[in-house]
Design a protein around this ligand. Structure first.
Ligand code: ATP
Ligand code: MG
Length: 317
């Protein structure tokens, strides 16, 4: 197994949104601090948005850990393809509120009463919905209603919606402007710069228990950045398979060539290239380009379902 070959205790590039692995870039730190601050000060309604695979769920999981340590009451919904009655059922179930009636008005009354009790007891209640870009308009409208649960001075329920940039687009629609006006804090995740990609790889290897020997050459990390465009999920994809192939070839250090071969296998080489040298910023147009979105979607779907080429590399282990 490649773990012991590289002196690692666990798989460093697992695709799970494991909060132990959270690498705090300035932006991620700002987003986390923003979320914590917004909840603590009862800001009411907060959004967390960012491109696919840039760490929203990982960040939310870290936030949930923090909230649970503080014994904050939380309802976490990640199945965003729900209708309005599911929404209330899920919220009550998550908060463990018993309500015999399934009518919306009764459920809302129960929720309000429970929230008031929490408020009087000095407790905070938080509703977090991940993948919120998939929420339907009727559900978003109900969420707007939930933002109305308040005392004369403070919001009773803190709401965090986390999702891909389509969420922001949805909230711009005229029929949702009332909800948009209620957003008090906007937090963001973003792709990694080249320097951050290096640090990210090093950090994940450290957490996975590396003894400090070089595993990726700096040039290999540059190549990872070039093909991943700094998107952590794609960085993980490339690094995971680079480790496997380096092990299969019985090399000690991951080379740029190995990374390139994997990028080609996943057709990442067809994605729009990185910005010109010297610029650490990736132009937004790159992300909006059709080729990029198409190829990224393709790459990520291959990543989720192991492709034959990948399985054969795995089989060689
Ligand atoms: N800042 C980070 N630190 C450590 N790992 C990260 C970070 N950002 C992303 N990752 C890793 O990248 C992968 C994708 O992250 P995650 O699932 O959180 O992204 P997402 O923004 O929720 O994606 P999606 O838009 O598809 O829901 C995970 O394996 C996650 O652990
Ligand atoms: Mg996610």
């Amino acid at each position: 197994m490649y773990k012991s070959y590289f002196g690692l205790k666990e798989n460093p590039f697992n695709v799970n949104p494991d909060p132990r692995y959270l690498y705090l870039t300035k932006q991620i730190e700002e987003a986390l601090t923003g979320l914590m601050y917004g909840i603590q000060t009862r800001k009411g309604f907060i959004t967390l948005t960012g491109e696919v695979g840039t760490g929203k769920t990982t960040l939310v999981n870290r936030l949930l850990d923090w909230l649970r340590q503080r014994r904050t009451r939380t309802a976490f919904l990640f199945n965003s393809r729900m209708n309005t009655s599911h929404l209330f059922d899920f919220i009550l179930a998550e908060f463990e509120i018993v309500c015999e009636s399934r009518t919306k008005s009764q459920q809302l009354m129960k929720l309000n009463q429970w929230l008031l009790e929490r408020y009087r007891a000095g407790e905070t209640a938080v509703l977090i919905i991940d993948e919120a870009q998939n929420l339907s308009y009727p559900v978003l409208e109900e969420i707007r209603m939930l933002t109305n649960l308040e005392t004369s001075t403070e919001k009773l329920l803190q709401i965090v919606l986390s999702g891909q940039p389509e969420l922001e687009e949805k909230l711009k629609l005229p029929q949702l402007r009332q909800l948009k006006q209620r957003i008090t804090l906007r937090c963001k995740t973003a792709p990694l710069t080249k320097e951050q990609t290096h640090a990210y790889i090093a950090e994940r290897l450290r957490i996975a228990g590396t003894t400090g020997e070089q595993i990726f050459s700096p040039e290999a990390m540059d190549t990872v950045h070039m093909y991943s465009l700094g998107i952590p999920r794609v960085v993980n994809l490339l690094c995971e398979h680079a480790l496997i192939n380096t092990y299969v070839e019985q090399e000690r250090v991951v080379s740029p060539k190995i990374v390139e071969d994997i990028a080609r296998e996943f057709q990442l080489d067809e994605i729009e290239p990185i910005p010109p040298p010297g610029s650490s910023r990736i132009d937004n147009d790159v992300y909006n380009s059709e080729t990029f979105v198409q190829n990224l979607g393709e790459a990520l779907s291959r990543f989720r379902v192991s492709s034959p080429a990948v399985s054969s590399a795995r089989d060689k282990k």
